[in-house]
Write a protein that binds this ligand. Structure first.
Ligand code: CTP
Length: 377
């Protein structure tokens, strides 16, 4: 239907971006990005009018974009453009351009694919940078010199890691080296955009992979230094402590197999966060981290504020779990024994509320029902 309307209007238009990428990966997304040659706003208004007169179109004339919802879809329209950026600003200088110009300004080869909606070459895939090959080989690579791509918008360094983590792809070596070279430019990006990407990395199936890429690229040192502090092992004589960075990632992955709840995952990330600050070596007992749970709980609001994460109920939930050193999370393990469960409830004491909340989260465990039953008694 869309193709028919586009052809009636007679404007040159293409499906682009994430929708095409996901389509080739066998997933049909709900967000459809359309590029046309000419005004994106005028085109969107015409398409909406033909689809259904009652559609209300949101237009952003300053950006030359427009969007509307139709049935379960969200359609976003933009005129093909040529963008160039100055080094110290995120605001691009925008000029009208061709489809080729538009594909050139995109972040990764797999996001620079287009499918024609036009009569003369309908459904043709236009792939100037080998995006299809990269989808097949599972590679994230920039279409141009990566230093230019990342300099244009440094957030793309985190997007590279987000797509790698979400899709279980590798980052091409020259692209990854450019992230290392350009890492400090992440500082010109707003905290909201950074945290948005970080949360998407955390929500991927195996978040440890994304965190390792953030760590090895050096980005993590800028965006979340408290977590970098966890890395490393100190030894006195033959007494060593574990590497708390890798331990944290292991806990995070294990939990991520059970739940997609962002805040439970944040609790895993922060459960040992005060270990570097409380680390002591005692001749008799070796390494201790006495009081790190309480100190960690105190750090939670500071970290949330700095990362511009919401300060409300979810923050308090994470704080509780950090104070309880994640013990209630055993509830999401498969086959928790009755006695372990009783011990846990006993230990949690007044923090039964935290447990209750945990059980409202989307836990996939079979034990969910069992836990609920116990808590109800
Ligand atoms: N894009 C870009 N540089 C950015 C952001 C976006 O080049 N910093 C381009 C990419 O071509 C991307 C498209 O704009 O595919 C749409 O961006 P966005 O909606 O943020 O991402 P998607 O690729 O659609 O992926 P998802 O919806 O999964 O976030």
């Amino acid at each position: 239907q869309l193709a028919q309307i586009v052809q009636e209007i007679g404007t040159e238009a293409y499906l682009v971006g994430g929708f095409v990428r996901d389509l080739l990966l066998g997933r049909i997304g709900k967000d459809i990005d359309i590029v046309c040659v000419g005004s994106g706003v005028e085109f969107a208004l015409k398409v909406a009018q033909k689809l259904d007169e009652n559609i209300s179109v949101t237009t952003y004339r300053n950006f030359g974009t427009a969007m509307f919802r139709y049935k379960e879809w969200t359609l976003e329209f933009v005129g093909a453009r040529k963008e160039s950026y100055s080094r110290d600003s995120r605001k691009p200088v925008v000029e009208n351009g061709t489809l080729q110009d538009d594909q050139h300004r995109r972040d990764f080869t797999i996001n620079a694919l287009a499918i024609s909606l036009n009569k003369q070459n309908f459904a043709t895939l236009i792939d100037p940078f080998g995006g299809v090959e990269h989808l097949r080989k599972k590679i994230i690579q920039t279409p141009l010199n990566p230093d230019i791509t990342f300099s244009d918008d440094p957030l793309r360094m985190m997007r590279a890691i987000r797509f790698a983590s979400k899709l279980a792809f590798d980052i091409a070596p020259e692209t990854f080296e450019a992230i290392i070279r350009n890492k400090e430019r992440i500082q010109i990006v707003s905290q909201e955009r950074i945290t948005d990407e970080l949360n998407k990395i955390i929500l991927s199936d195996k978040p440890s992979y994304g965190f390792k890429l953030l760590f090895h690229s050096g980005l993590l040192h800028y965006i979340f230094p408290e977590m970098v502090e966890l890395q490393g092992v100190e030894a006195v004589g033959d007494k060593r402590h574990k590497d708390n960075f890798y331990h944290t990632l292991q806990v995070l992955d294990n939990l991520s197999e059970k739940t997609k709840d962002l805040w439970l995952r944040w609790a895993a990330i922060l459960h040992d966060i005060a270990k570097p600050a409380t680390k002591r070596f005692d001749e008799k007992v070796g390494w201790t981290f006495h009081g790190h749970e309480e100190k960690g709980a105190k750090m939670v609001p500071h970290i949330f504020r700095k990362l511009k994460l919401p300060m409300g109920e979810n923050m308090r939930f994470v704080q509780k779990l950090v104070r309880l050193h994640l013990r209630p999370i055993a509830l999401v393990k498969d086959n928790i024994t009755d006695s372990a469960l009783r011990r846990l409830l006993f230990e949690a004491g007044s923090d039964l509320e935290a447990l209750m909340q945990l059980c409202r989260a989307d836990i996939t465990s079979k034990d969910h029902q069992k836990v609920k039953k116990y808590l109800a008694n």
